[in-house]
Design a protein around this ligand. Structure first.
Ligand SMILES: [Zn+2]
Length: 85
């Protein structure tokens, strides 16, 4: 699990915007991210412990990767809906 914050997420989101991977919701906090060019699919999971947010991806990257950057955009929207529902 990697701790996510505005700084490392900004970089990941910027890279996701260039790569434009396909994001599919598996369930709340669990996403499947597919690179449209290579077809490689990875699973991204978000969790929250106290007030610290974490993310994990099963790709080789050890930092916040663009898969997390791609999934977080959808996650923020869904998380906001869940809170207000
Ligand atoms: Zn990844």
């Amino acid at each position: 699990m990697i701790e996510i914050n505005t700084q490392n997420l900004d970089r990941a989101i910027a890279k996701a915007r260039q790569t434009k991977p396909l994001v599919k919701v598996i369930e709340f906090r669990l996403y499947q991210v597919t690179n449209k060019i290579t077809g490689a699919t990875y699973t991204v999971k978000f969790s929250k412990v106290n007030n610290t947010k974490y993310a994990e991806c099963n790709c080789k990257a050890t930092k916040v990767c663009y898969h997390i950057g791609a999934a977080v955009g959808i996650h923020i929207v869904l998380a906001a809906q869940t809170v207000t529902a």
